[in-house]
Design a protein around this ligand. Structure first.
Ligand code: SAH
Ligand code: SF4
Ligand code: F3S
Length: 465
């Protein structure tokens, strides 16, 4: 693992102070609008962009019409995510025409793909900054160049580098995201992530722990440890450091009351991890274990490196140690070559595992991945029909699973007021289920007992005890 050199970090800090000087002389604090697509990892990257912007004297706004700087942090995992970004960039043309000096940046996974980045550069000449995921720590320099009216195109792949010294502007407590590793080595054949995020590299144990201590001191109660495959944390150190060990250490930190993590690849789930989850009070009673498909034949084509039977065995082991664990998964419908018989195997997994929730996607072809050239057999219409059936089967299971909570008393970490009714608060159970209940904002950040009085497919309702 390489780290960005101290000299380079100082060089970026210099750009930060230069921009901060310029901004402090302006009549009004310039405002930034940052919009993020994709996964928690990308949202954490945006927190870092906002941290750097804040250090450079920017304020923030939710309305791009009044922004001086607009940033889109993009996702490439499916086509629809990319289409939305194109639509958004197109719409900025008018804003830039109306208000001189507005700067526009497009960053993240989508533009880490060379062809797409070139295309954005050509099609939208008014985009001032195009920079990929590897350039995140160079953002101050990129912005300084753009402010001097130089168009920036930085998609260089500084593979393997980790930068530890970037400010992070998080949402208010109680939830904090903390990355423990970057990149992915798995190359599932449908997936673009390894191409846009580079190879797996773990942050040092001490770097993770010191960030968790930091957020604990700022009043955060729950940490979400992030990685594309947290189960392989530490493999690159080659000294036996494991994710299970890291979890144990994180749990020792005072002030942190809940620990979650995402995502776990089933092939790398160890008995040691299951044991530490069962043992440590602070580790939430929840596991997101993406199965992707129930057919072993398709799983092999996906390069997932487990069979249906092996997956079900992992679930059995997990439930043996943690009988009431909340299980969730990701499923792709319509992978190339998937037949209706293969799809029935996925339905079978749903019925056998009985997940609390699933996140399901119709397969989206990603240029440059092995699956993009695999032969397909079902029509789009058939895939949609299967997709709808998947949801129907799951919705019934989700509702039944939630019905089991009726009358139970759950410990809920209160996150904030409900979006639809300010008299209602919203929070999560230890298992990660959303609970809405009548309350007040004094409760935010506290763990309180709530009796569950109402159940729906997606959430629970309750009364504070
Ligand atoms: N590293 C995580 C998450 C990766 S992306 C993991 O391995 O679970 C999140 C989800 O997007 C994946 O689990 C998968 O279900 C879905 N996904 C990835 N590529 C896709 C594609 N080309 N089409 C449709 N869904 C996709
Ligand atoms: Fe993509 Fe597979 Fe890596 Fe997850 S594990 S990011 S699905 S390649
Ligand atoms: Fe999307 Fe990049 Fe995350 S492709 S899912 S934002 S790693």
């Amino acid at each position: 693992m390489t780290e960005i050199s101290k000299a380079e970090i100082l060089r970026q800090k210099d750009f930060i102070s230069r921009i901060s000087d310029i901004n402090s002389k302006k009549e009004h604090k310039p405002l930034a609008f940052v919009e993020t697509y994709g996964c928690a990892q990308n949202f954490n990257d945006s927190e870092k962009i906002c941290g750097m912007l804040s250090d450079m004297g920017f304020g923030f706004c939710e309305n791009k019409e009044i922004a001086d700087l607009i940033i889109y942090n993009t996702c490439a995992v499916r086509e629809n995510a990319e289409m939305r970004v194109y639509g958004n960039i197109g719409a900025i043309k008018n804003i830039k025409r109306k208000r001189e000096g507005v700067l526009l940046g497009v960053c993240g996974c989508m533009v880490q793909q060379e062809k797409i980045a070139e295309n954005v550069k050509k099609r939208y000449p008014y985009v001032d900054m195009i920079f990929g995921t590897h350039a995140l720590y160079r953002f101050p320099e990129i912005l300084a160049n753009a402010m001097e009216k130089n168009r920036v195109f930085d998609i260089e792949n500084s593979e393997g580098a980790i930068c530890e010294d970037i400010s992070c502007k998080r949402e208010a407590p109680p939830l904090a995201k903390v990355p423990i590793m970057y990149g992915c080595n798995n190359f599932c054949t449908y997936c673009i992530v390894p191409y846009v995020r580079g190879r797996e590299r773990s942050r040092k144990v001490e770097a993770v722990l010191s960030e968790v201590r930091q957020v604990a001191s700022e009043g955060y109660k729950e940490v979400m440890l992030l990685g594309q495959n947290v189960n392989s944390y530490g493999n690159d150190f080659k000294d036996g450091t494991s994710f299970a060990y890291l979890l144990g250490e994180v749990c020792k930190i005072d002030g942190i009351e809940r620990v979650r993590f995402m995502t776990s690849h089933p092939k790398d789930i160890s008995d040691e991890l299951i044991d530490v989850m069962a043992r440590e009070e602070k580790i939430c009673n929840q596991l997101h274990l993406p199965v992707q498909c129930g057919s072993s034949r398709i799983l092999e084509k996906m390069n997932r490196r487990y069979t249906k039977e092996q997956y079900l065995e992992i679930v059995r082991k997990v439930r043996e140690k943690m009988p009431d664990i909340v299980l969730t998964t990701d499923i792709i419908v319509g992978f190339p070559g998937e037949t209706n018989e293969d799809f029935e195997e996925t339905i079978d997994v749903l019925k056998k595992v009985r997940y609390d929730t699933i996140f399901s996607f119709i397969y989206s072809k990603r240029g440059g991945t092995p699956a993009a050239v695999m032969e397909d057999c079902l029509t789009e219409e058939e895939k949609h029909k299967n997709f709808d059936r998947l949801l129907e089967v799951q919705n019934e299971i989700s509702k039944e699973k939630n019905d089991e909570y009726l009358g139970r008393i759950e410990k809920v970490l209160v996150e904030g007021a409900s979006k639809t009714n300010p008299e209602y608060m919203s929070g999560r159970t230890d298992g990660g289920k959303i609970v809405n209940f009548k309350g007040n904002t004094d409760m935010v950040g506290k763990i309180i007992d709530v009796k569950i009085t109402k159940t729906q497919t997606w959430s629970l309702g309750g009364e504070v005890l």
